[in-house]
Design a protein around this ligand. Structure first.
Ligand code: IPD
Ligand code: CA
Ligand code: CA
Length: 293
């Protein structure tokens, strides 16, 4: 296990919006329906985001869990803050988090938490990362919240209640050919066959004359960006439940479709993920499935 020393930055160089860590809040002007699970997810996201922002402003030591798979006190303490908030409201509910909480995916009431999605961005001072929180009842997503705390960008959805970005309802784009669209991709930490498969699939997408590929480094936000219409397709050959638990509901509520990379229903385990605006799903699936390991 290797330790990396990342610089502690001068906070004056960071243009943090809308506020610094302590005053970070869910904006009162964003109307949300009275829903105890959504309210809990939003409050927990604020708690996690304050921790993450604090360390982003002040710097933190980053540890290498595996090949390019980083973790820091920000990840761990943010998950603790999220779990405290959720447990105070729902003491009997299970929590599955990336760092410490290992609730079972079979639990009747389950919260799935990525306290810091985009740790690599965070570690390299790229202000694009998120706190992601979802509530599942008997393995079915009921509500999801994803926030990029640096931008103050909030995404949320409730089952049957639509998907929202900063208070506005969102919808996937209406592209129906790959040559009209931009695609989002992700690489798992593997630097071997899975990486090669991803590169081969990207080549095939380009041969279909897509407008471009973006690799922003935060799966939860990639799914939200597909929900907003920025991407017509997003795929990654390996994600964990906390990476997609909230974003998949936000995308589905925005009219999108999510399956695994072979077109099967998404399991709540490590899996490939193919997300789309629905219309492009068959065309994207042909490419993603062909290179699937
Ligand atoms: C990672 C990010 C990244 C994706 C990786 C994930 P983490 O999550 O979502 O975009 O490509 O597969 O593991 O490790 O930053 O929480
Ligand atoms: Ca993640
Ligand atoms: Ca994470």
């Amino acid at each position: 296990m290797k330790w990396l020393w990342l610089p502690v930055f001068n906070t004056s160089e960071a243009t943090l919006s809308p506020s610094s860590a302590d005053s970070f809040a869910f904006p009162a002007e964003f109307h949300v329906p009275p829903d105890p699970h959504l309210e809990a997810a939003l409050a927990a996201a604020v708690a996690g985001a304050r921790v993450v922002l604090h360390y982003f402003e002040h710097g933190v030591e980053i540890r290498d869990k595996g090949q390019a798979d980083l973790v820091s006190r920000a990840d761990i303490e943010a998950e603790q803050a999220v779990a405290r908030e959720l447990s105070a409201r729902f003491p009997t509910h299970a929590i599955l988090g990336e760092e410490e909480n290992c609730g079972s995916v079979d639990a009747e009431h389950l919260w799935i938490v990525d306290p810091l999605d985009g740790t690599n961005n965070f570690a390299h001072r790229i202000p694009h990362f998120a706190v992601s929180i979802a509530y599942y009842a008997n393995q079915v997503a009921q509500c999801g919240v994803v926030v990029n705390p640096v931008r103050g960008d909030w995404y949320w959805a409730t089952r049957g209640g639509g998907a929202f970005h900063n208070g506005r309802r969102i919808q996937v784009n209406s592209h129906n050919q790959l040559d009209q669209t931009m695609i989002g991709i992700g690489f798992y930490y593997d630097r071997g066959r899975m990486m090669e498969a991803t590169l081969s699939a990207i080549g095939d997408f380009f041969r279909q004359r897509i407008h471009g590929v973006r690799r922003f480094g935060t799966a939860a936000l990639d799914l939200c960006q597909t929900a907003c219409g920025m991407f017509g397709v997003y795929f990654e050959y390996q994600l964990s439940p906390w990476d997609f638990a909230a974003g998949r509901l936000i995308l589905e509520e925005a009219g999108g479709m999510v399956t695994d990379g072979r077109g099967q229903p998404l399991p709540l385990t490590k899996t490939s993920v193919l997300a789309s605006n629905t219309r492009l799903h068959p065309a994207a699936l042909r490419i993603v499935a062909e290179h699937h390991l």
